[in-house]
Design a protein around this ligand. Structure first.
Ligand SMILES: C[S@@+](CC[C@H](N)C(=O)[O-])C[C@H]1O[C@@H](n2cnc3c(N)ncnc32)[C@H](O)[C@@H]1O
Length: 317
């Protein structure tokens, strides 16, 4: 059974127990208010995307028209495996509408037409998008009841913004927009009421950042195969070359005593004997388990010249 109770934030505003009409009008008033605020901070050529199911999306569309936005598209995001409708009195809810709108009729909105065509095997991209709901790796730190798939936000940002652009998500939930922004080299600001979802966002973001840093680090390791030991610390030449600043802050801040371990992982990098780059990397609890996975991937032991083990622990201060 699919629960329709997503959270207190999803309840109508205003006189909660009033007649249905009053509730609908209050929802509409709320939509108009936040959309007007979004329109105010949107750049002249910026655009806005709003997704929603039938109970709210028509009000959003009407409010956008009332405020003078220019409607560009209504995307049907089609979910390939929708949950069954247990009442058997309706069709299964298999699509969500996403409205794309520009600030006003004068806007010259960004649309990366060529890129969209390329990613659609050379054909113009349609307004019907089949994208699977969030995969399990997207929920490994916890779930949000209306979490969007990263692939959906990747497409939205790639279609309508350019590298370096600033994206605002006023209802950021588990932070999917910020994650997609990081992946596509945009910057993002998110607003969220719930502390729980902010913490989830932080976990998702830091885990992505750590991966980026580690993959850069491995490139550096592969160049250093000389037998003489070298200083890999902040003062050593290795990190001086890397694009990260690791200067200690001049005024170290006292850290909270209640550190919370939010992520812990142990990864092994196998460096190739012949081309001396990372040929395999794997998360594993021990070296032996990692070597087993290396063999299972089709590599004989002799393929590896050496193995680097990295341990990562992230604490929320
Ligand atoms: C539809 S969810 C967003 C889900 C998000 N797209 C994701 O992928 O996780 C809406 C979020 O807006 C938050 N919210 C509701 N009203 C808000 C408000 N007035 N200000 C900030 N956040 C709000 C809720 O807590 C909820 O997490």
């Amino acid at each position: 059974m699919v629960s329709v109770h997503k959270g207190d934030w999803d309840k109508s505003r205003g006189p909660d127990l009033g007649p249905a009409r009053a509730r609908i009008e209050n929802v509409h008033e709320f939509n108009r208010a936040w959309l007007a605020a979004a329109q105010r901070v949107l750049k002249p050529n910026g655009s806005l995307w709003v997704s929603g199911t039938a109970h709210v999306i028509h009000s959003v569309g009407f409010a956008l028209q009332q405020l003078g936005f220019k409607l560009l598209n209504d995307i049907s995001w089609v979910k390939p495996n929708p949950p069954p409708n247990l009442s058997c009195r309706y069709f299964t809810h298999a699509a969500e509408t996403i409205i794309w709108a520009a600030k006003n009729s004068k806007s010259r909105h960004t649309f990366n037409y060529k890129l969209m065509k390329e990613t659609n095997r050379g054909k113009q991209m349609k307004s019907v998008w089949g994208i699977r709901p969030p995969e399990s790796w997207e929920k490994k730190f916890g779930k949000h009841p209306t979490q969007k798939p990263v692939a959906l936000l990747d497409r939205i940002l790639l279609a309508s913004t350019n590298e370096g652009d600033l994206v605002l998500d006023p209802f950021s939930g588990s932070g999917t927009t910020a994650i997609a922004a990081l992946r596509t080299r945009r910057t993002a600001v998110g607003l969220e009421l719930s502390y729980e979802y902010l913490a989830l966002t932080l976990q998702r973001l830091t885990s992505d950042l750590i991966r980026v840093e580690l993959s850069l680090t491995t490139i550096q390791f592969s160049l250093d195969l000389l037998p003489d030991p070298m200083d890999r610390s902040c003062s050593g030449r290795f990190l001086k070359r890397a694009p990260f600043s690791c200067k200690p802050s001049t005024q170290p801040q006292p850290m909270s005593a209640n550190l919370k371990l939010v992520q812990q992982e142990c990864r092994f990098y196998f460096i190739g004997r012949h081309n001396r780059v990372v040929i395999f990397s794997v998360l594993a609890p021990t070296l032996e388990a990692a070597r087993e996975k290396f063999r299972a991937s089709g590599h004989p032991d002799s393929d590896a010249l050496f193995i680097i083990k990295t341990e990562t622990q992230i604490y929320l201060a």
